[in-house]
Write a protein that binds this ligand. Sequence first.
Ligand code: PMP
Length: 427
Amino acid sequence: SSAATETSAMIERRTRLLGPSYRLFYSNPVHLVRGSGTYLYDSDGVEYLDMYNNVASLGHAHPRVVEAMAAQAGTLNTHTRYLHEAILDYTEDLLSTMPAEIGQVMYQCTGSEANDLALRVAAAYTGGSGVIVTSEAYHGTSGLTSAVSPALGSGQTLGLEVRTVPGPDTYRTAPELVGEKLAADIRAAIADLAKHGVKFSAFLADSVFSSDGVAADPTGFLKPAFDAVHEAGGVWIADEVQPGFGRLGPRMWGFARHDIVPDIVTMGKPMGNGIPVSGMAARPEVLEPFATGIPYFNTFGGNPVAISAAQAVLDVLRDEGLPERAAVVGDQLRAAILSVGDARIGDVRGAGQFTGVEIVADPASKTPDGATALAIVNALREHRVLTSTAGPNNNVLKVRPPLSFQEHDIDRFTDALAAALADVPAR
Ligand code: PMP
């Protein structure tokens, strides 16, 4: 067909112009031209239900973010070497959502830069260089952060002073043991670093273990691991790039569901609803050794337009009660997915609008089935629903719609999921 010819011409042009490192979603890629709320539209005007986008977290093209940015862009856009009140107001507002111990924020444009800075801050505070991450973690694309991102695959070498621990597997581990296992694995990794003469600096982890396959419950399970990190003199860096800003419900931050107070918190993605703005918040005493020694300037980080978008995001989260609704509608969504009643759906887990659907060969063996999960993702795309996969075996569907997702969207998703499961033959 002409649509297929157009798609393949565009793919050829893309590879020629952007090079081979870029990846596309789907065997039949989607060409999007417009978004509104929870819906996306392709070049033929076909509407898709977006079950994947945690960046445009208030919904695509949210009018209050668009208006705030446009107004600021038409007034002033400079940088942090001039006084500007909005960044101060925003920082007070942001810090009011966090524990009182976390008192300062520095701004960047991407999650990678926030984590990169966090690693440097941790090293300056601890005098160490050893970093522990989970075995499927993704923390960024800079030199430092790619070296702590095993999710990049076998072509990416990890740093010599990096150790990995398995991400929590809440499906196969008894709930009361999930936290103890993570703590024991971290202690062993710290001991191995010491054995090789490396002083431990930081445990860096996504607070909901997104790329490890989503681990949300039981709440509080991070506490033993947190204690193990502190007992060894290390710092806890909570990567909130995916779970933060109410994605998991009204506690606002992933770590808050575990009653821990991290030393450093990094954030990005939903922070500006799609505008490049990210941040690193820290306990002032942890930040001090780095900050008194090394000047910091990030040309675009925290500029007035970026901050205007970030402020609009916090305002809308509050005014529309989105984290509260995410908790209610997310629980309804997880129940509805379970009631699709297919034996290949082994586990449905998550919090707020952050759900992992684990696909298995059969529920008794719990054998991961990544091939079926990938086939489901491609089938869902043909039924006009966008998702993707995660986890060590890529067998966990990441169902992570914008917070604009509502109760009336649930049937549309579960109908498409049932149809996709029917399209994918049992193996
Ligand atoms: N941390 C986590 C947990 C992420 O998911 C990502 C992006 N996928 C990053 C860091 C890096 O963020 P960015 O792409 O904005 O640099």
